[in-house]
Design a protein around this ligand. Structure first.
Ligand SMILES: NC(=O)c1ccc[n+]([C@@H]2O[C@H](COP(=O)([O-])OP(=O)(O)OC[C@H]3O[C@@H](n4cnc5c(N)ncnc54)[C@H](OP(=O)(O)O)[C@@H]3O)[C@@H](O)[C@H]2O)c1
Length: 400
């Protein structure tokens, strides 16, 4: 859209001029309001002067511009227009039972330079979300955790839970090169969480070594629904990192203890992809599911000591962290490797692409136990709190 004179344009239903329009607009927002209340159908007044009538230095700083002279005013228009729009989100209003989760309207985030704005279509109820909500933290980390997340309740910026999501790119900030509006994506939201909301901004390229903290986005697997894709990043990336740490070689014997949870279902399949022979430990109800995901052998932990068979392993993954490590280590062959699900692991941005490729090749799938709507989030947390979900619990946020 070229604007030669002052003219009115229709904002789309989200109150935005589309990105394509923004790129060709050479004009400025001339409304004097800092945050116009741009509701659906609002008409924006644009004019082709050199500078905005008002210059908001904070906005320009947020855009990553050092000098107001070099500011990208077309972007200013865009940001001005989306500023002040509200979105629906679930706020964690305290540490406690699922009922601390409440719906509120909060300001829709704005993509800064290098950021992608995702319209969230699906998320998950991840065990990590329930642990943050309950402040279920090992004693050693209790004080650092409270300082980082919030002393009496999760602080602003960390009080919207949701560790993973799938959706569509709504808009991109300056210098975003990998993705464009309309792209279907899946994402790990990082240590600020935030997927229990209609929109979430994430970096296009997180800093190397900080991917898990800052979050990461990749194109969604074509052969998965948004709900399916939303359940992959958390468990899938952690399971992949664990299998890599175990340095599995083709033909090696791997024991996965807790094979029916989120980490379990992904690690069975990734280990099989690396050529390992997998023995999965789970309860009676999950034996068939674990076998169907590729486990060569299954052991029912409810029918006696899982170690009673006397078999030894090249590698063991404790995916649920319910037993002392010594119970597993004595089952290792000489030189065998052991990893548990509470160890810190290195997660890289390209791992999300790796998982997508495995999924599109048919070597990896998710297992969804239940799907809830975002309005049913309290119910979803109650279910995950029971500690016996099979694979993953998906949450629908919006229809495509
Ligand atoms: N998922 C992640 O991305 C992630 C990342 C880092 C750390 N972690 C940590 O890893 C642990 C597991 O995470 P998750 O997401 O896989 O949890 P999850 O999906 O909630 O695990 C539920 C599964 O655990 C099984 N289980 C429960 N008690 C068991 C026991 N005593 N022995 C064997 N299996 C048992 C249950 O099977 P039954 O019904 O058969 O008992 C159920 O299928 C949690 O402590 C979590 O904090 C998870």
């Amino acid at each position: 859209m070229q604007v030669s004179d002052t003219q009115e344009v229709d904002l789309n239903k989200n109150g935005l001029v589309s990105l394509t329009d923004r790129l060709t607009i050479d004009c400025v927002w001339s409304n004097k309001q800092r945050k116009p209340s741009a509701k659906n159908g609002t008409r924006a007044l644009l004019s082709d002067t050199d500078k905005p009538d008002i210059l908001d230095k904070k906005f320009i700083k947020d855009m990553g511009e050092d000098e107001e002279e070099s500011a990208d005013y077309s972007k200013y228009i865009y940001f001005s227009q989306i500023g002040g729009i509200l979105m629906k989100a679930v706020i964690c209003t305290g540490y406690g039972p699922p009922e601390v989760l409440k719906f509120e309207e909060v300001e829709k985030p704005l993509p800064k330079s290098g950021e992608i704005l995702i319209k969230v279509l699906a998320t998950s109820c991840h065990v990590g979300d329930t642990r943050i909500r309950k402040c279920d933290i090992p004693l050693l980390y209790y004080i650092p955790y409270r300082i980082f997340i919030g002393i009496t309740k999760p602080k602003k910026g960390k009080n919207i839970l949701g560790m993973e999501c799938a959706g569509k790119v709504e808009a991109v900030g300056k210098d975003v090169t990998r993705l464009k509006p309309g792209d279907p994506v899946f994402a790990l939201t990082g240590f600020n969480f935030g997927a229990y909301a209609e929109y979430r901004c994430l970096p296009d390229k997180p800093n190397q070594g900080s991917e898990e903290r800052e979050g990461m986005v990749a194109m969604k697997p074509k052969n998965m629904s948004y709900e399916e894709a939303a359940t992959v990043p958390g468990g899938g990336l952690t399971a992949l990192a664990a299998m890599r740490k175990l340095a599995l070689q083709p033909g090696e014997e791997l024991l996965i203890y807790g094979a029916s949870g989120s980490l379990g279902v992904f690690s069975i399949q990734i280990a099989k992809h690396f050529g390992a022979k997998v023995t999965g430990v789970c309860s009676t109800a999950n034996l068939e599911m674990v076998k169907s995901l590729g486990a060569d052998e299954v052991i029912d932990y409810t029918k006696g000591d899982f170690a009673a068979g006397g078999k030894s392993y090249d590698a063991i993954y404790d995916a649920v962290y319910k037993l002392p490590g010594s119970r597993f280590k004595k089952l290792l062959k000489k030189g065998g490797r052991f990893v548990n699900s509470h160890q810190s692991l290195s997660i890289r941005m390209e791992d999300l692409d790796f998982l997508r490729d495995l999924i599109e090749k048919g070597d990896l799938k998710t297992f969804i136990d239940k799907t809830y709507s975002l309005e049913e989030i309290v119910e979803a947390h109650r279910y995950v709190d029971k500690g016996h979900k099979k694979g993953n619990v998906a949450i629908t946020v919006a229809e495509e």
